[in-house]
Design a protein. Structure first.
Length: 543
């Protein structure tokens, strides 16, 4: 026999042979098999031992080992026979089903650890989901409670607003929720693009524009629902709102009731005023207003003449002369007079007018009154009759200003935008500042001789060259202005000024403070001072 690796490898098919000496057992069994094929049905121990030791693999094999191996094989054969007998007996029962069940149990036990781990992971995940859902449910409960509280708060606010009766639903009364929806639909078109702040701004604007017209009724702004507003919590809209109240016949009432009372009074007055009384009222209005307007126009003409006198006396380095004209406009309707004709009539004493002139003047103002009424009606109540009359009888809108200029011996021409564009930088500066300074001086001449002539200019003389800046300061000195000006580049140290206090403001980059550097121009040089108090001392010495 030749012992190979195949022969010495343990048998997986016969587990009872998978022992520590399986290589010797299988080799002996191989010897029996080969001799059996040679029709040798019997062998002695010595023969088995001889064939075993013939292979170098078993060079150290002893006789005692061979005897033990043969005895073990006999014992194993006996156990195998018993095992086969048991199997035959089991075949007569439901062994196969039991074996199958056992195999299934073994397979289940084999998969159990993995399934257990999966179930534990799934349980952990489900517990985490339950915890998260529980937290979410608790949050939702808090949210529901908060929304219920807010709903009650808003319903209270809505009921308080409804009690003011500023907005009424047509038809029968409805439940709170239904009426709120109807009100929202009713106001959606009008208030779609509005918010509370915008409405408050509009209310304040109208309130301050018209408060003076309602002085007799002591119009006042108040705040409502302050106690309800104190109950509001974070995130709730404010319940507090502005309201307007008034006094009527000594009793404080809401503004809505005042409108009702005024409407009743207007209706009563309309019934009381007869057509003849209206004409008499309009005649008195026309005659009284005409005298006042006449005085205003005469005063304005005198002011324009003063301006022209001042501009004519100015000596500019460019030789540019300026002149202002206050030209009357044409009539708007047939019943109204041209401004020129109207002014001529207003200049006359009403008692000295001819009958036809008085009729023309009365017809003109009746037309203005009727026009004012028409505009007030067309505005839908947004503009009062008083406002329209004030706008209509504003005499300043009956005229327009025209500025004329003259260079050297040239003829006088109107200063239009196109002509202004052809001027040099100095001429443009003169054309802008000379009328401005003249207008201010003409106004200040109406004051006391010792009154200050204050004038303030922001970014003074921007775009004007140095030569013309010098002339600008000369003009302000000749007009005896007490001026305050600021500029990024202008120092003001011109020889046309006798003295000037100069303050330079310095701010280092990103600094939170400004440093003031005082200078004094004494007509010859710019002197830096130690501090602002020294400027005051110098000013006191000059005085």
């Amino acid at each position: 026999m030749h012992v190979t690796e195949k022969l010495t490898r343990p048998l997986t098919e016969a587990k009872y042979l998978n022992a520590d000496n399986a290589d010797r057992y299988r080799s002996i069994m191989r010897i029996f098999y080969e001799n059996y094929e040679k029709l040798r049905y019997w062998m002695y121990q010595e023969e088995v031992y001889a064939e075993m030791t013939a292979d170098p693999y078993f060079a150290d094999y002893r006789m005692e080992q061979c005897q033990q191996d043969l005895a073990m094989l006999k014992e194993l054969k006996k156990e195998q026979e018993e095992y086969d007998s048991i199997l035959r007996q089991l075949e007569l029962t439901d062994y196969e089903q039991i074996r199958q069940k056992l195999d299934e149990c073994m397979e289940w036990l084999k998969d159990y650890p993995e399934r257990l781990q999966s179930c534990v992971a799934e349980k952990t995940l489900n517990e985490e989901r339950i915890r998260a859902l529980s937290e979410q449910a608790a949050q939702n409960e808090e949210r529901i409670s908060e929304l219920r509280r807010r709903a009650e708060y808003l319903e209270t606010c809505f009921a308080a607003e409804r009690s003011l009766h500023y907005v009424e639903l047509p038809g029968e009364k409805a439940e709170a929720a239904e009426s709120a929806e109807k009100l929202r639909s009713l106001l959606a078109g009008e208030c779609r693009d509005m918010d509370k702040e915008q409405i408050i701004r509009s209310l304040n604007q109208v309130y301050f524009e018209n408060r003076g017209f309602l002085t007799d009724y002591q119009i006042m702004q108040t705040e409502l629902f302050e106690e309800l507003d104190r109950e509001a919590q974070k995130g709730d809209p404010s319940a507090k709102r502005l309201d307007i109240a008034a006094r009527y016949q000594g009793v404080r009432i809401p503004f809505g009731r005042l409108l009702t009372h005024l409407a009743e009074e207007i209706a009563e007055l309309k019934d009381l005023i007869k057509a003849g009384d209206r004409e008499l009222f309009e005649d008195i209005l026309a005659n009284t207003v005409s005298r006042k307007i006449r005085g205003k126009i005469n005063s304005s003409n005198a002011w324009v003449e003063k301006m022209n006198s001042l501009m004519g006396a100015m000596n500019t380095s460019s030789g540019l002369k300026l002149n202002l004209r206050w030209r009357s406009r044409t009539a708007e309707t047939e019943d109204q007079l041209d401004t020129k004709e109207l002014v001529e009539l207003l200049k006359k004493d009403y008692r000295l007018m001819r009958e036809d002139e008085a009729a023309k003047l009365s017809a003109h103002f009746r037309s203005k009154v009727e026009e004012a009424r028409r505009h007030a009606r067309d505005s839908g109540g947004m503009i009062s009759f008083y406002q329209v009359m004030k706008e209509t009888l504003d005499y300043r809108k009956w005229f327009e200003f025209q500025l004329f200029f003259q260079k050297g011996g040239e003829r006088v021409k109107e200063l239009t935008n196109s002509v202004f564009g052809t001027f040099s930088g100095g001429e443009k500066a003169m054309a802008m500042y000379v009328p401005l300074f003249s207008a201010v001086v003409a106004k200040y001449q109406g004051g006391r001789p010792d009154a200050p002539r204050l004038i303030s200019l922001d970014e003074a003389f921007a775009g004007v060259d140095n030569r013309n800046i010098r002339d600008m300061f000369r003009l302000m000195a000749e007009f005896e202005f007490d001026f305050i000006i600021n500029s990024q580049v202008l120092w003001g140290d011109c020889d046309t000024l006798d003295a000037l206090a100069i303050y330079q403001l310095l701010r280092p980059e990103n600094a939170k403070f400004v440093t003031v550097m005082p200078y004094l121009w004494n007509g010859h040089a710019r002197v830096m001072l130690e501090d602002e108090s020294e400027m005051e001392k110098r000013a006191a010495q000059e005085a």
